[in-house]
Design a binder for this molecule. Structure first.
Ligand code: NAP
Ligand code: GDP
Length: 316
């Protein structure tokens, strides 16, 4: 069979939408058929529904993005729910990839799952070396188990299953619901409302935590590359460099300015979460030395413009 059938679970979300855009334009190939699924196509927490999806599409390759995803506050409020939903989805998808003889499966970890106390910058070998931050303990362990699955299915059955580890992602088609959102979509949504009401942008916490942010379309290019070219069960970090790390205060100022708010930021007492999770992208740079990341200022502008244009219909 020369035609590759690539099934993207979680294909309707932030990362999936970016992959769809890139693979249907600049990365289009005639020998690949890409299928993007959302939760309406079947609940991957359910084993029978998962098997039915694989029987229907018969994929040769799987990009497993589907996950219960949420920002700091959503994670803090339901650690058990995040653990169970993600454990179930990963168990169902990865085992079904084995049963259906899928040639390759690339799943998504996150730099959120790294140990809270570590030596910086962290690399791919740091993932299991210490407890995650308590705020997202359930999500972190469910995600870490993907790496365990990849290694044991490779070891016992020779499966070509691997994972990528993105830093914080932002871009069009994000989750803008303030009860679930990550910091950038949260700030953009709050800035939009503040601008309308002549108010300041309210930032949760101290503004001091540090984060690395990758534009969703850059991540999409890297994930398409990983699906086609990266063949090792070892995870690979997909992140901007350590020099591009910014404080939450800095990114809040950029969003406030892009929305044209003239007032100063207003800090609201709330949890900060993990102070930082600085990672090195040295492994990626060693393989793709010429990859160009979209600067944060440019990616943020595109995201704010997208939100302003799609306010009525976006997820919120
Ligand atoms: P997202 O926008 O919330 O999308 C999640 C996707 O998963 C959606 O397509 C959703 O479908 C699907 N999904 C959720 N529950 C499902 C279920 N029970 N059955 C089937 N599908 C289900 O999240 P994202 O930010 O694109 O995240 C994609 C991947 O990237 C995840 O694995 C996440 O851990 C990882 N990641 C994200 C970030 C970040 O900052 N956002 C950072 C690092 C890693 P519906 O939309 O139809 O519900
Ligand atoms: P994390 O990177 O996994 O910790 O998740 P988030 O993206 O949710 O939060 C990052 C940081 O942004 C934390 O220090 C939050 O306190 C801070 N923050 C400031 N304003 C907001 C907001 O409106 N929403 C969210 N989710 N976080 C915010």
């Amino acid at each position: 069979q020369s035609m590759k059938v690539v099934l993207v679970t979680g294909g309707s979300g932030l990362v999936g939408s970016a992959i769809k855009k890139v693979v249907e334009t600049e990365e289009k190939r005639e020998d690949e058929k890409w299928i993007f699924l959302g939760s309406k196509d079947g609940d991957l927490c359910d084993e029978a529904a998962t098997i039915a999806i694989f029987e229907k599409y018969n994929p040769t390759h799987v990009l497993h993005l589907a996950a219960r995803v949420g920002g700091l506050f959503a994670n803090m409020n339901d650690k058990v729910g995040f653990y169970r939903d993600n454990m179930r989805m990963n168990e169902n998808v990865i085992h079904t990839c084995y049963v259906r003889k899928v040639e390759k499966c690339v799943s998504c970890l996150s730099t959120c799952i790294f140990p809270d106390i570590a030596t910086y910058p962290m690399d791919e070998d740091t993932i299991h070396k210490g407890l995650p931050h308590t705020s997202n303990f359930g999500y972190s362990y469910a995600k870490r188990v993907i790496d365990v699955q990849n290694r044991i299915y490779n070891d016992q059955f020779g499966c070509n299953f691997t994972s990528v580890v993105p830093c914080n992602v932002y871009g069009p088609h994000d989750q803008w619901d303030l009860s679930k959102s990550h910091v950038i979509p949260g700030l953009i949504h709050k800035a939009y409302l503040a601008k309308q009401n002549g108010q300041a942008l309210k930032v949760f916490g101290s503004g001091k935590p540090l984060r690395q942010f990758i534009f969703s379309e850059d991540l999409a290019r890297l994930m398409i590359w990983a699906l086609r070219e990266y063949n090792s069960p070892e995870p690979i970090i997909l992140s901007v460099s350590e020099n591009d790390e910014v404080t939450i205060g800095e990114v809040s100022r950029m969003v406030s300015d892009l929305m044209g708010i003239e007032k100063d930021l207003e800090y609201v007492d709330a949890a900060d979460g993990q102070h930082k999770k600085t990672v090195t992208n040295a492994k990626l740079r060693g393989i793709l030395p010429n990859f160009k990341f979209t600067p944060l200022s440019e990616g943020l502008k595109q995201t704010v413009d997208w939100f302003n244009a799609n306010y009525e219909t976006c997820r919120k």
